[in-house]
Write a protein that binds this ligand. Structure first.
Ligand code: ATP
Ligand code: MG
Length: 704
């Protein structure tokens, strides 16, 4: 880095300052900033640090940076890094607060263009450009007043931390963190894999057990199937149970039929006997008997009709005679009545023609009439007797007719039963034929033949035997199915186990590989951190270079008194490795001295030498060969009163060294001390005019 120009407005004691001036820029090499105490030298260094990194870097509140009595301060620093020009413009207003803008010079446009304007963005960009943060800068290139011996008295741990940061060794520490993270991830993965892992031998044992179980079941199944086949053959040889059942039921039906026929027959015979039929009963016999009864019935009916006709005739005759008698009695009454009506006249009249009759005549007629009535009554009596006899006869005939009717009806019912019987007999024969046919179809002539064939006494026994065999077959079949199911289940289990075994083999392989990687990573990290980083890199290579460069400065700054700067790694503590202990060899007494054995002036010289040694080498040294090449960036040193503790000879050596030093692009040296041949060095002269500071740039004589 090279500072080209700075401009201050109301910053600390300055009202307005442009350095070197509005037209020129600061030269390369050493630039002195000189002036009496309290004139504003440090304020210039502060302005640069504040502009680049803000208030925390200088540890002063923004308010305290504004010139007394003003509202707003502003600093603009124009600088160059790697041939690119930048301008940072930072201001602070008591009310509006902080404002910062970073510009980059655009060669094409011929002007500065802003590249960041938010505080965070600007910090990021500055870090990117300078490749250093303010803490590192303040420990190395920016030497604030009174802090020059800081490194000489630093603790081994903080010295190591500084070196580690400045030389990007923290990159390796980051690698360590990455490796640690990777180790943790691998550990997690390993734990997960191990939690999933089931020992392969255990699975193999299970497979073996399952396989032998499977074999046993298969043998059992084979035997059972043989038994089942035997049973099947046996069952196939025997008649079908349905056939047997049908035969049995047909036999029962035949027997029932036969019983029924016997009872019907008996019944018919009894009925015939009751009807006095002694001969063999046939339909014809019954038909004859029925027609006989029919004939008798007809005769009876005729006879009845005849009797009834006679009775009717007799009744008519009786009725006629009785009517005649009534007429005669009426006539008698009328004849006798006329005599009584015409008393004294003796005049009687014929009731028919009215002819007057004498009493004798009348009495003669009455007598005649009465005789006739008597004779009629006798006839009526006879007729009634005859009718009664006929009625008796009729009654009897009726009874006989009824009897014939009953007999006829009985005969007809008998005939019906006989026909039924005959029909049943025919049906029985049909059933028997069917039964025979049924047996014949199965190849038997009779049930007996079938029973003999299978050596059974009864159909029931044979049937039971077939049922038993079928039941046994069903039981065995169920057993077979169960075994087949078991086999499928075990086979599936074996397949699953084999799959699991394959998976476990994969997991096992993965565990081994992961373990190997984990061991590598752990080994790598240990080697890197303990051996490579702390010993090889830091001690042998890096520390060697720093030591060498710092020793050159120190030898010169102490006019040859101190040589051989040594940076010794202390014992590692924890994972982060060792600290670094600084010692120097005092040539005057040959004693190797650590910080506590050094004088104040020695510490100043050692601190400055170490800072310059580190500052000079920091951009050039890479922690690893493979690390990306960094171009030297902040090759600019600002030293605020580093010469205070040095005697005149050492001071001269330091200034001479800085004048000649080509390891830096630019060195600002603030001092109020008198320096030899200072006209040869470009200077900023600071003084106070009243309570305002002013500064002026004076170029070196050579330049002029
Ligand atoms: N905010 C401020 N406004 C005005 N003046 C200020 C302000 N802050 C500090 N000062 C003045 O600035 C001066 C200090 O400046 P500075 O520290 O830069 O001096 P110096 O030249 O480095 O002195 P020394 O040689 O003692 O180190 C003092 O006079 C102080 O009063
Ligand atoms: Mg000062």
């Amino acid at each position: 880095m090279r500072i080209r120009r700075i401009q201050l407005m109301n910053f600390k004691p300055y009202k307005k300052l442009i350095l070197p001036n509005e037209k020129d820029v600061f030269p390369r090499g050493l630039i002195l900033i000189e002036g009496p105490n309290s004139t504003g030298k440090t304020s210039i260094l502060d302005s640069i640090i504040w502009a680049l990194w803000g208030p925390t870097a200088i540890g002063v509140k923004n308010e305290d940076l504004i010139k007394f009595g003003e509202r707003r301060c502003r600093v603009m620093v124009e600088f160059e890094v790697d041939g690119k020009k930048y301008l940072i413009d930072r201001s602070y207003d008591r009310t509006a607060g902080m404002q910062v803008v970073l510009y980059q010079y655009d060669e094409n446009k011929g002007k500065f263009v802003d590249i960041a304007s938010k505080s965070g963005d600007v910090s990021k960009k500055i870090q990117e450009i300078l490749q250093i943060d303010y803490k590192q800068a303040l420990s190395t290139v920016m030497v604030r007043q009174g802090e020059v011996s800081e490194l000489a008295v630093a603790s081994p741990a903080s010295l190591r931390e500084l070196i580690s940061k400045v030389y990007s060794l923290d990159l390796l520490e980051k690698v360590n963190d990455v490796l640690k993270k990777e180790e943790n991830l691998l550990n997690e993965k390993l734990n997960e894999l191990q939690s999933k892992y089931v020992p392969i031998e255990r699975i193999e044992k299970q497979i073996k057990e399952k396989s032998s179980e499977l074999e046993n079941i298969k043998t059992k199944l084979k035997k059972l199937k043989e038994k089942l086949n035997e049973l099947e053959t046996k069952i196939n040889e025997l008649p079908n149970p349905n056939f047997i059942r049908e035969i049995e039921s047909t036999i029962v039906r035949i027997e029932d039929f036969e019983k029924q026929l016997v009872s019907m027959n008996k019944n018919i015979e009894e009925s015939a006997k009751n009807m006095d039929i002694t001969c063999e009963i046939t339909t014809k016999v019954l038909d004859d008997e029925i027609s006989k009864r029919e004939q008798l019935l007809q005769e009876k009916l005729k006879e009845l009709e005849n009797i009834e006709t006679q009775i009717r005739k007799l009744s008519e005759e009786i009725g006629g005679l009785q009517g005649l008698n009534r007429e005669l009695e009426d006539k008698i009454n009328k004849l006798q009545k006329a005599e009584k009506v015409e008393i004294g006249e003796f005049a009687y009249r014929c009731p028919i023609c009215g002819t007057p009759l004498s009493k004798e005549k009348m009495e003669d007629i009455v007598r005649h009439y009465k005789k006739e009535i008597e004779e009629n009554n006798l006839t009526i009596e006879n007729l009634i007797k005859r009718r009664k006899n006929l009625e008796e006869e009729c009654k009897k005939s009726h009874v006989e007719k009824e009897k014939i009717l009953v007999e006829k009806s009985n005969l007809m019912s008998l005939k019906k039963r006989l026909e039924e019987l005959e029909n049943n007999e025919k049906n029985l024969i049909d059933l028997k034929n069917k039964f025979k046919e049924m047996l014949g179809k199965e190849g038997y002539n009779s049930v007996k033949e079938m029973l003999t064939k299978f050596n059974f006494k009864s159909l029931k026994e044979l049937h039971q035997y077939i049922i038993n065999l079928n039941e046994e077959y069903a039981r065995k079949d169920t057993e077979v199915n169960k075994l087949v199911e078991d086999i499928n289940k075990i086979e599936k289990e074996i397949t699953d186990l084999q799959r699991e075994k394959e998976e476990m083999e994969k997991i096992d392989k993965e565990i081994k590989e992961t373990k190997k990687i984990q061991q590598h990573v752990t080994h790598l990290r240990r080697v890197l951190m303990k051996n490579f980083l702390s010993q090889w890199v830091v001690q042998k290579r890096l520390l060697g270079t720093i030591k060498h460069t710092a020793a050159n400065y120190l030898l010169r700054f102490t006019c040859g008194q101190y040589s051989n700067v040594d940076l010794v790694p202390t014992k590692p503590t924890g994972e982060r490795g060792s600290g670094i202990l600084l010692t120097v060899l005092d040539e005057s007494d040959g004693i190797i001295k650590s910080k506590d054995m050094l004088s104040f002036g020695d510490r100043t010289a050692v601190g400055l030498a170490l800072r310059l040694g580190i500052s000079k080498t920091m951009s050039r040294i890479k922690p690893l060969k493979e690390s990306p090449q960094k171009t030297p960036r902040i090759r600019c040193v600002l030293l605020d009163e580093p010469l205070g503790g040095l005697d005149i000879s050492r001071r001269k050596e330091v200034v001479d060294q800085l004048v000649e030093d080509e390891g830096f692009e630019q060195i600002f040296l603030i001092t109020h001390m008198e320096i030899d041949r200072k006209e040869e060095i470009p200077r900023v002269i600071v003084r106070k005019e009243g309570n305002i500071s002013v500064a002026e740039f004076v170029a070196s004589k050579q330049e002029l």
